[in-house]
Design a protein around this ligand. Structure first.
Ligand SMILES: Cc1ncc(COP(=O)(O)O)c(C=O)c1O
Length: 367
């Protein structure tokens, strides 16, 4: 099958770029003695997770228990859920998952720890725990070393849980790679200090998990980490391109759309809006730069300026050539993860040939 036989809108993955991205990250981690535990929320596909594991690192990260269930059902046996698992329904599912896979969870409260411990005891299982510190994203994670040590001590004493170390997420460090050394070294100093505090109290500090795609290749500046969890690096997107985390050739992913209307002057409509693309804006757009919804790779002078549910609005006033009804477009979305979550399939292509079709089995698994 060729891409011309596919209906649109659909998601295309350049297999050469994907495999090269996977290998490059694994090689980097091997070189620097880091474990690679990719965050699979980006592709939500057990097939791509297996390709990541084939690079020599057995573990993955998930955000939600539902994603982890899908991955475990498809044979993945080492999963960190890097999101607080709260509520009985979820703790029951979490503990049941240990029958299929080695399960760990990152958490930042005694309440979350208590809930998981209670259910783990009831089911007669043990859940590995990383305690999470906020390093600047201001989303989850306790605020001080003292609070982290206090939480770790409580987890250490709880039956049903096994404290294994520390988690953090430096997602706030969204800058060019050559601007990251200082903040990453500072983060390394903080984590090293935390590990010393853990050791002084006899707490397990052997697993220190951090990492994001924009910081991934600078992770060797972060003293004290043992593992990174980049998610977006296999596919990449416009925001990763903008921040210098990848080149255009390393963007392995695009949305293929069809031009469906050119009736309005200076505008064209393609067949994908908010139900095809996420509404994430282009993060690096300056005050004077238009913040658009993706990069039209066929003609960078076409501006993806707005969306309705099913219409992608293109400003074609500066286009190199007029667009024709029925013409296919390749669009690099701003944010790959929520875009993939809207679709059922990923088509793996080489040139114009469709070589693989992957079901996005974890899509919509938000619980
Ligand atoms: C906890 C956590 N770890 C790792 C990642 C992966 O980072 P990135 O999206 O930069 O690849 C994310 C992304 O949101 C995350 O929330």
């Amino acid at each position: 099958m060729t891409i011309h036989e596919l209906d649109t809108p659909c998601l295309l993955v350049n297999l050469d770029a994907l495999h090269s991205n996977l290998k490059r990250m694994a090689d980097y981690c091997r070189k620097h003695g880091l474990n690679l535990r990719p965050h699979t929320k980006t592709h939500k596909s057990p097939d791509i997770a297996r390709l990541q594991i084939a690079q020599g690192f057995p573990g993955i990260t998930c955000a939600k228990v539902g994603e982890a269930e899908v991955m475990a059902e498809h044979g993945i046996t080492d999963i960190l859920i890097c999101f607080p698992v709260v509520g009985e329904i979820k703790t029951q599912r979490l503990c049941r998952l240990t029958r299929k896979a080695k399960i760990a969870v990152a958490l930042d409260s005694v309440e979350a720890a208590d809930g998981i411990a209670r259910e783990a005891i009831r089911q007669g299982v043990t859940i590995d725990v990383l305690v999470e510190i906020n390093v600047g994203m201001n989303r989850v994670g306790v605020e001080t070393p003292e609070l982290l040590v206090a939480l770790a001590e409580k987890v250490h004493r709880m039956k049903g849980l096994r404290l294994r170390g520390i988690a953090c997420y430096p997602g706030h460090l969204f800058s060019k790679p050559n601007e990251q050394e200082r903040p990453l070294r500072e983060l390394g100093d903080r984590l090293t200090d935390l590990r010393l505090r853990f050791r002084a109290k006899g707490l397990d500090d052997r697993w220190v998990s951090a990492g994001s795609t924009p910081t991934a290749y600078q992770s060797h500046f972060v003293r004290g980490i043992t593992e990174i969890r980049p998610g977006q690096y296999p596919l990449n997107d416009r925001n990763m391109l903008g921040v210098g985390a990848c080149t255009l050739n390393q963007c392995a992913f695009h949305v293929m759309t069809t031009v469906v209307s050119t009736a309005v002057r200076n505008h064209a409509m393609m067949d994908g809006g908010t139900k095809t693309f996420s509404s994430d804006r282009y993060i690096l757009a300056g005050a004077k730069t238009e913040s658009t919804y993706g990069l039209v790779r066929d003609d960078e002078n076409i501006v993806f300026c707005s969306m309705s549910e099913e219409h992608g609005h293109l400003d074609v006033s500066r286009a190199h050539r007029p667009l024709n009804i029925g013409q296919r477009l390749r669009v690099l979305p701003n944010h790959v993860c929520p875009t993939v979550n809207l679709h059922e399939k990923l088509y793996g292509i080489r040139g114009e040939t469709v070589e693989t079709v992957w079901e996005i089995k974890g899509r919509g698994k938000i619980q």
